[in-house]
Write a protein that binds this ligand. Sequence first.
Ligand SMILES: *Cc1c(COP(=O)(O)O)cnc(C)c1O
Length: 404
Amino acid sequence: MAVSHLLPTYARVDLAFERGEGCWLIATNGERYLDFTAGIAVNALGHAHPHLVKALTEQAQKLWHVSNLYRIPEGERLAARLCEATFADYVFFGNSGAEAMECAIKMARKYHAASGRPERYRIITFEGAFHGRTLATLAAGGQKKYLEGFGPVVDGFDQLVAGDLEAVRRAVTPETGAILIEPIQGEGGVRVIDPGFLKGLREIADEHGLLLIFDEIQTGVGRTGELFAYQKVGVTPDIMAIAKAIGGGFPMGGCLATREAAKGMTAGTHGSTFGGNPLAMAVGNAVLDVVLAPGFLDHVRRMGLLLKQRLAELKDRHPAVIAEVRGEGLLTGVRAVGPAVELVDALRAEKLISIASGDNVVRLVPPLIIGEAEIAEAAARIDRAATRIEQALASSRRVQGAVG
Ligand SMILES: *Cc1c(COP(=O)(O)O)cnc(C)c1O
């Protein structure tokens, strides 16, 4: 490959795609890959979805960008629809997940300042979390490997192990203002947080006047089989960050909040040049057209169940390769016995792309439009990849046996 002038912050696979059709990606060399990455849970409607293509190209003929100095009707409509479908009264639009989270963090702090308690700026977060790559969201995520070398860590985050409500109670101080959690940790390895724990967090937040913030950047917009994961769990946050799937591949994110939680965010307190521009808003509305259509979330639930069943069978057939199957809806993870990247590589050799994540888990996050035939195809490919790894294990044992 020619020398790349892209900042080398990613260890990229030497593979490029030039086209996509539904759940399939076509590489520059013509090979077809089954897409169980979906641009990291972004392409919820797959590639080149006709409704999204139409919305984007029609908007592109009319108006791209005007700034937030003026009203943007498409954005007002999208915000109204998101509020109608959730707990929220307000939405702030940005361009990414990290920006949605920054807004959530600032809003929580400002809420307490506006309530006459500016000292309540600290936020309780949880190990294994991922909230983005800006300085504040990195501090919230608390992962040492991402924080190292970037100077003083933004203050105001107290990290705990998820699952221990007593520890959360003990960690609340007069400076605590909010609790932040992903209902399912995505990057952390598809770790489903116990609904009882989330309920407990809501109770603690209510007892102490804290805001509960959910990061649904990965779990949101249908991924788990509900529009948002909190709706399945039955625990309602005060603030929620969304991104990834809401743009279907167009960069956008949003911070949703109740009127009360947003009370400090008055004119001039926050902003974004590009956030909520007409192109993004047209696509966001088009994504919602499809995801909110009758039957769509039923489809996600059915496909999620089917995929889980196939994966459970594969786990039984390949116990030396697959240790565990987890997840909700089409946010699924397979915990590998060996290194997760080994399984990701073997899957890619079978032309199925997936993502390694924390806890030795391979994330399988196909477009939500996936059908039964594609799940069957994926299962066959995973079967072959697992067999490949078993054969490699067997031959390395033979070599070791010969040496020993
Ligand atoms: C992807 C992700 C983010 C960060 O989103 P960016 O768009 O990369 O800034 C934050 N939180 C969660 C849960 C995510 O999955």
